[in-house]
Design a protein around this ligand. Structure first.
Ligand SMILES: [Zn+2]
Ligand SMILES: [Zn+2]
Length: 344
């Protein structure tokens, strides 16, 4: 496409890169490029066609150097060490020069509204390759993680570095950027990041069996309810009020979020008075008299469900017994439950 070039192309592109880095693709002119490189504008047009074509050449050179430097920074140590040197390399790269040049990729990405599809593609390619490098380094590190997890983590890390680049443009110093990187680095724990998604999945799966909704209701069926979450605590209460209202030895109580308690049918309320002197609202079925729940101002946003009214008590193990000083003398302690003479 061109004849013999009258200049050292590598040197010319390196100089052009410097111009683009300092001024940005949009603001750099052919005049600037000619002045910096010492190559006549006519020769530049002749050799490349237009400013963008020169930019693409310069950007390719930049990308190769940048990815090379990233690769070296990510080459050694465990994940933590690799990321530390990677962040450092990124920060030094963007805070170099006087005035600071910023990150060419991010500057160009922000310029993308006024640049062509080719330019946008170049920017995307660099970021994709950067993600791949980071992902590869993480999965290859001694405390390695699965490739899928490594790639997800790599995207987050690259996204964070783009944030750093924008902060740099907003005037943040090298020191401040380093502080942010250190914070991110500390709040790892990158090692745990690998396992967290798995254990969360496992917990969730366990949750699905143990967090199934529980249903219950009164003896006559006029009142029915659903518990949408697992109880916050499970306790047996031996107090005399629980004995009297149940007509039995104790109440088996589930403390649950009020928002997770859904009831159909009306209950009647007896306002009792607890040890604390606060009222205890005891809800029962007005037709059959079954006690269903209690509410007290001492536990705002919670309800105490009488577990004896559940359709199934499976999996509900008492964690505590309270008011054991009122418990029937012949009743043996519940295995695994903490005992309290009065309330907790
Ligand atoms: Zn009833
Ligand atoms: Zn009680």
């Amino acid at each position: 496409m061109v004849g013999v070039r009258q200049f050292d192309e590598d040197e010319m592109i390196a100089t052009a890169l410097d111009v683009f880095w300092r001024k940005g693709l949009h603001d750099a002119t052919m005049q600037d490029l000619a002045a910096a490189t010492g190559v006549q504008r006519g020769s530049l047009y002749n050799a490349y066609g237009d400013k963008e074509a020169i930019f693409l050449r310069a950007f390719d050179q930049y990308a190769a150097q940048f990815l090379d430097a990233a690769g070296s920074a990510l080459a050694h140590g465990d994940t933590s060490a690799r990321l530390r040197s990677f962040f450092e390399m990124i920060i030094v790269n963007m805070t170099d020069g006087t005035p600071q040049r910023g990150c060419l990729t991010t500057r160009t990405a922000l310029d993308a509204a006024i640049s062509s599809a080719d330019v946008r593609q170049r920017v995307q390619d660099v970021l994709t390759r950067l993600e791949q490098l980071v992902g590869k380094a993480i999965s290859a590190a001694p405390n390695r993680r699965s490739p899928a997890d490594a790639n997800r983590l790599a995207r987050v890390i690259v996204t964070f570095t783009r944030g750093l680049a924008v902060m740099e443009r907003a005037g943040y110093s090298r020191k401040q950027l380093r502080e942010s990187a250190t914070t991110i680095h500390r709040c790892r724990d990158w090692r745990r990041l690998r396992r967290r998604p798995r254990s969360r999945r496992r917990r969730h799966r366990m949750g699905e069996t143990s967090m199934q909704e529980r249903n219950g209701g009164c003896l006559c069926g006029a009142v029915r309810y659903t518990l949408k979450s697992e109880p916050r605590s499970i306790a047996v209460c031996h107090c005399t009020h629980c004995q009297r209202q149940s007509g039995s030895l104790f109440s088996f109580n589930l403390v649950i979020r009020e928002a997770d308690y859904q009831q159909s049918g009306e209950t009647v309320v007896f306002v009792d008075k607890g040890d604390s002197g606060h009222p205890v609202h005891r809800h029962f079925c007005g037709r059959c008299g079954s006690p269903l729940l209690a509410k007290t101002a001492l536990m705002p946003g919670k309800v105490v469900v009488k577990a004896g009214t559940l359709d199934s008590m499976e999996g509900l193990q008492p964690q505590a017994e309270i008011y054991t000083d009122r418990a029937a003398a012949w009743l043996t302690p519940i295995p695994g439950a903490a005992r309290f003479a009065r309330n907790v």
